[in-house]
Design a protein around this ligand. Structure first.
Ligand code: SF4
Length: 460
């Protein structure tokens, strides 16, 4: 199954692709269908029921707000949060459904949290119900947010329609197939992805889209560096990126550089994006929101510290990085999962680390085998990584974990580039192992905040 670059890197609002972007898309789809089915004028009331992980961590992850935004017709990549659209809905208890019909909406009662019910298809389930003035059901739909902002309806997930088949000239399901394609056609991984993308959209659209992804990643770094204050949610955590930046600048001015300072910069950039994400800012899923700090950080490391030693011009290297990283994500989405609720954090920060390692290796001129080696090393040392966010907020351990994922990705790329591409463990085997490990993880460690740090750290 081929997942497009633009499925992998989509733009949305934080703090979670599965718990914020996915539910927002599902709610928007539901309200759009009310229009398409000519039911909108009859709607008198709408309720949202969140199940399992969405119910348990939805308050901290912004799921409730996201559902309401979607019902009101907002889209994740275009919503203007500075207008604070929720304020009016919460104070006036009225919702402008699909931007077309005003209905009463009580934020506290019309969103139901079924914390002990896990739908069998996936732990991120949600149901939207629309009622007429006699309280009869006009429309009811259950969706699942399966990771990276992707949603499925109940019938789609039951039939295991994982994604609409899309035709691309160089399809691949496994890394072995991908490497074989590079050999057969004498192409690099990024060239294969580019050819596949060109089958889906024009060259101009791809270039523009890549530019936009890079721009939003950059803006989220800059925003995180300069925005001060406390993260929302009640843990009383101050943003750390502005302080790290100030100290790094002071060290620079005093010519007080130490040889490992590059690690501080990588940490800074990962913190900056992750803190923007925690505050509900505009972010690129890479491959999820919770793990969105890793790739921008490693990409900026490439731009600032590594590009001079790369065989490519910087702009070309950035494209190679992102195209290669998206191919690696496609393998994880096809053969495993990028959902913390399904496989723990190995599917989020673990996959981001693997993608970033591959992207950096490619941008530094690594062979397909070295790229596979880097992606494999990066995931191998994230196997078993649990998801246990304190208070259901994408803050602890998530923000620091992004920094650790970014530095690990750089190390994995360096290890692979020092070798000749020969390695015993294949990426396909590591992906299979990650998925099996995730399936065996207790649900306490899969984005439920029922175990791990979430229960061992007192928050009040
Ligand atoms: S622990 Fe990892 S998977 Fe869980 S919310 Fe944080 S970043 Fe996402």
């Amino acid at each position: 199954m081929y997942y497009s670059l633009f499925d992998v890197f989509s733009i949305g609002i934080g703090p979670s692709s599965s718990h914020t972007v996915g539910p927002m898309r599902a709610a928007k789809k539901f309200s759009d269908e009310l229009i398409l089915q000519n039911k909108i004028s009859k709607v008198h009331k709408v309720t949202v029921t969140l199940y399992g992980s969405l119910a348990l961590t939805g308050v901290g992850h912004g799921t409730l707000n996201a559902c309401v935004y979607g019902l009101a017709g907002f889209e994740a990549d275009t919503i203007d949060l500075t207008l604070n659209p929720l304020e009016k809905i919460k104070t006036e208890k009225k919702l402008f459904l699909a931007g077309q019909k005003e209905i009463p909406f009580d934020f506290d009662n019309d969103i139901i949290l079924e914390k002990t019910t896990f739908l069998k298809e996936h732990s991120n389930g949600m149901k939207f119900s629309a009622f007429d003035k006699n309280n009869a059901v006009l429309k009811e739909e259950t969706f699942f947010s399966i990771g990276g902002g992707t949603i499925k309806k109940q019938d789609e997930i039951k039939k295991e329609i994982s994604q609409k088949e899309i035709f691309v000239p160089f399809p691949f399901d496994t890394c072995d197939e991908l490497i074989a394609l590079t050999k057969k056609h004498n192409m690099t991984i990024d060239q294969i992805v580019m050819k596949n993308e060109e089958a889906l959209r024009s060259f101009h659209e791809i270039r523009e889209g890549l530019g936009k992804i890079h721009k939003i990643m950059d803006e989220s770094i800059e925003g995180g560096i300069h925005h001060k204050g406390e993260l929302p949610g009640g843990l009383n955590i101050q943003r750390r990126a502005p302080r790290i930046y100030k100290r790094l600048k002071e060290n620079f001015i005093q010519n007080n550089a130490d040889p490992l300072m590059v690690i501080d910069w990588i940490n800074l950039w990962a913190f900056a994006v992750s803190e923007e994400n925690a505050c509900g800012g505009k972010i690129v899923t890479a491959p999820t929101m919770g793990s969105a700090g890793v790739i921008p950080s490693v990409l900026r490391y490439y731009e600032r510290f590594a590009a001079l030693k790369s065989p490519f011009q910087k702009e070309i290297g950035i494209g190679i990085f992102l195209l290669t990283a998206s191919a690696i994500c496609s393998l994880y989405r096809t053969n495993a999962s990028i959902s913390g609720a399904e496989v723990g954090c190995q599917g989020e920060v673990g996959v981001a680390c693997s993608m970033a390692a591959a992207g950096l290796t490619a941008a530094m001129g690594g062979s397909p085998e070295q790229i596979e080696n880097a992606a494999e090393i990066a995931m191998e040392h994230n196997l078993g990584l649990t998801c246990d966010p304190i208070a259901g907020l994408v803050q602890i351990p998530c923000i620091e974990r992004n920094a650790m994922g970014a530095t690990k990705a750089v190390n994995a790329a360096r290890l692979a580039l020092r070798g000749d591409g020969e390695h015993l463990v294949s990426l396909d085997n590591v992906i299979k192992t990650m998925y099996e490990t995730g399936k065996h993880l207790n649900k306490k460690y899969k984005e439920t905040s029922l175990g791990g740090l979430a229960t061992n750290v007192l928050t009040c």
